[in-house]
Design a protein around this ligand. Structure first.
Ligand code: HEM
Length: 474
């Protein structure tokens, strides 16, 4: 095991690998980006690790990550295969999107999903109108708290999940709806199961998956969530009318009805459930965590909050709802949202990539099949780019005239072939939810609450620790 890494000359350097476990004991899996930052300082922008048998290369800093994902886009576009996926239905021609191998089926599904999201509206409300409508429901729910201290997490999660529900199932749920509550709970269970140590361990020791009954026990939450998705799709199929596309599920069913070729391209029932599960997983917690970071920074920086209030009053006023057109006239608010994304750094280690073919980067050799981690945190906090990398400083996104500027190292959605598919929707949700809430409320720290921590905790994404706030109507 120790020799494995030394097979290639010009392979990136890294810490010494131990028998059997490789370099795993050196990594704090609760804060992998912090461990990576230490090795970055010691070994440079490209270093190697070994997770038991798996070779891993970690890329750090804006220049290196951009070179790999943008200039050598194809070489780094694959995803590693994890044996545990099979237990949630991953199979031939049905790999979802997020963890799908780089190839024909992924391309077809990605193209279809992007164009379906883009054409959204489908004769009904546009996506932007739906975000605005949901922001209204969110405001009403916050108003109902009547200025008492509360945790924003549940309500923001509901609003963001509702957006995905509208896209996939053509409708939103009331926040108190039983089915909705069940779905959100099942989904959260399934995510925490996936992030858990046991799942990670089974991926490096897949032989244990053969123990009778073990997979059923370990993946109980994920299975329950997929069963729930099956019920929703079944209900949809019963009312499906090919003449009238209501939502993403209908659009997918229409593709499926095109026959054998479509099935070969990934438009089959099993993939429909995986793709929709992926859209939930990739599109809800990410946006919700970013919004929670943004509100946390507002509590800790009341001066910034007042400046945003002033800009909203000047550009939008108190009556009309914010629209995406307002964004260009609101450089300060826009800068604050971008800085919340940069500083909150919710996907510090992105999603794992895999070398699609033998390749080279900055003189190092990276063989086909190597797992490649893009340390996005090291890009968003790259000392050679950002003036105050570890502070909340909206001026990172403002020029000397107070106009909005976006440095190229702003990469919270990653870059290249696998760049976040929902970035446009996420940007819309962040701007409209954040601006609508600040138009209506002043957010304050409750007097009896401790000052919230700003370091966050990591469970697939980096979330702020739970905190309470008071929302006072303006
Ligand atoms: C992938 C960030 C919201 C759908 C990703 C990746 C990142 C990311 C870092 C990995 C890219 C890579 O592998 O290099 C974010 C952030 C969000 C957000 C920060 C919110 C603030 C969304 C939303 C959706 C979405 C709203 C869906 C509607 C996806 C999908 C992928 C992805 C499907 C996989 C793309 C692929 O492998 O081809 N996202 N995301 N994301 N995201 Fe997002």
């Amino acid at each position: 095991f120790m020799k494995r890494r030394k097979k290639w000359s010009r392979y990136p350097p890294g810490p010494m690998s131990l028998p059997f476990v490789g370099t795993m004991p050196y990594i704090d899996f609760n804060n992998p980006h912090l461990s990576f930052n230490k090795f970055h300082k010691k070994f440079g922008n490209i270093f190697s690790l070994q997770n038991c048998w798996t070779n891993v290369v970690v890329l750090n800093g804006y220049k290196t990550v951009k070179e790999a994902l943008v200039h050598k886009a194809d070489d780094f576009a694959d995803r590693p295969y994890f044996p545990t996926y099979e237990h949630v239905g991953y199979g031939d021609k049905s790999e979802g999107i997020v963890v799908a191998r780089y190839g024909h089926v992924w391309k077809e599904i990605r193209k279809f999903t992007l164009s379906t999201l883009r054409d959204f509206g489908m004769g009904k409300k546009s996506l932007e109108e739906q975000v605005t409508e949901e922001a209204g429901f969110l405001c009403s729910a916050i108003k109902a708290e009547e200025g008492r201290p509360f945790d924003l997490r549940f309500l923001v999660n509901n609003a963001v999940c509702n957006m995905i529900c509208s896209i996939i199932y053509g409708g939103r749920f009331d926040y108190g709806d039983e089915v909705f509550r069940k779905m959100v709970a099942l989904f959260e269970n399934s995510l925490s199961e996936e992030a858990g140590f046991l799942t990670q361990f089974l991926n490096v020791m897949p032989i244990l998956l053969r123990i009778p009954g073990l997979p059923q026990k370990v993946f109980r939450g994920q299975k329950a969530y997929m069963d729930f998705i099956d019920v929703l799709i079944q209900k949809h199929m019963e009312t499906w009318n090919p003449e009238h596309t209501r939502d993403f599920t209908d659009a997918f069913l229409k593709e499926m009805s095109k026959g054998k070729e479509a099935e070969e391209n990934g438009f089959n029932y099993n993939n429909l459930r995986l793709v929709t599960a992926d859209l939930f997983a990739a599109g809800s917690d990410t946006t919700s965590a970013t919004l929670r970071w943004a509100f946390l920074y507002m509590l800790l920086h009341p001066g910034t909050q007042s400046k945003i209030h002033k800009e909203i009053d000047m550009v939008i006023g108190r009556e009309r709802s914010p629209t995406m057109m307002d964004q260009v006239n609101m450089p300060y608010t826009n800068a604050v949202i971008h800085e919340a994304q940069r500083c909150g750094d919710i996907a510090p280690v992105g999603l794992p990539h895999m070398a699609y073919r033998d390749t080279e980067l900055q003189g190092y050799f990276i063989p086909k099949g190597t797992t490649v981690i893009t340390n996005l945190s090291s890009v968003l906090k790259d000392e050679s780019v950002w003036k105050k990398p570890n502070e909340f400083y909206p001026e990172h996104f403002l020029d000397v005239n107070g106009q909005f500027v976006k440095p190229e190292a702003f990469m919270p959605f990653s870059a290249g072939r696998r760049v976040c598919l929902g970035a446009q929707l996420a940007r819309m949700e962040l701007f409209i939810f954040f601006t609508t809430l600040l138009q209506q409320f002043t957010f304050m720290l409750p007097e009896d609450q401790p000052r919230p921590w700003t370091d966050g905790y990591f469970a697939l994404i980096k979330c702020p620790h739970p905190f309470k706030l008071r929302a006072i109507p303006r």
